[in-house]
Design a protein around this ligand. Structure first.
Ligand code: GDP
Length: 147
């Protein structure tokens, strides 16, 4: 299939805590993206720091690590045509207060930090982020994507 991509998603602690996990997974599936790996974990500070290492110099880095370790998250690998852009579109812009209604961040996020979900921003980032949290054996390619 042309341009089948994988992307990495996190349902962040704010959304898990408010019981929005099911709603978000439902939106993913209804959009046609396939969930090919899924787990619920409590991130350690070390894992969150490593995952957001690119933001290390930003003023909000320690607050972000604090937030991401404040409770369990649900992480998933999504697959589909143009999955990276499609998932970012479903998420909406970073700041929940500026995200339009109908997007996950607009409907379920709180502010610029507590914004319900994460999504990879490019193919190389997706590859690195998926490998950071999932072993190859934990990822089951969707039946539709098999030859
Ligand atoms: P994303 O790709 O839309 O998630 O946005 P970024 O990569 O720029 O930021 C990563 C995450 O850091 C965001 O999803 C927010 O949770 C958080 N974040 C971004 N900007 C800010 C900020 O100005 N203040 C705080 N406290 N958190 C922020």
């Amino acid at each position: 299939m042309a341009d089948t991509q994988r992307t990495f998603s996190i349902i962040k602690p704010d959304a898990v805590a408010k019981g929005a996990t099911g709603e978000i997974l439902k939106r993913i599936e209804e959009s046609g993206l396939r969930i090919i790996a899924l787990k619920r974990v409590q991130l350690s500070a070390q894992q969150a720091e490593g995952f957001y290492a690119v933001h290390k110099a930003r003023p909000f880095y320690s607050e972000l690590v604090q937030f991401m370790t404040s409770g369990p998250v649900v992480m998933a690998v999504l697959e589909g045509e143009n999955a990276i852009a499609r998932w970012r579109e479903l998420m909406g812009p970073t700041n929940s207060n500026e995200a339009p209604a109908g997007t996950i961040r607009g409907d379920l996020g709180t502010d610029i930090e507590q914004n319900a979900v994460h999504g990879s921003d490019a193919p190389e980032t997706a590859r690195v982020e998926i490998a950071y949290f999932f072993n190859a054996t934990e990822i089951q390619a969707a039946v539709e994507a098999l030859p």
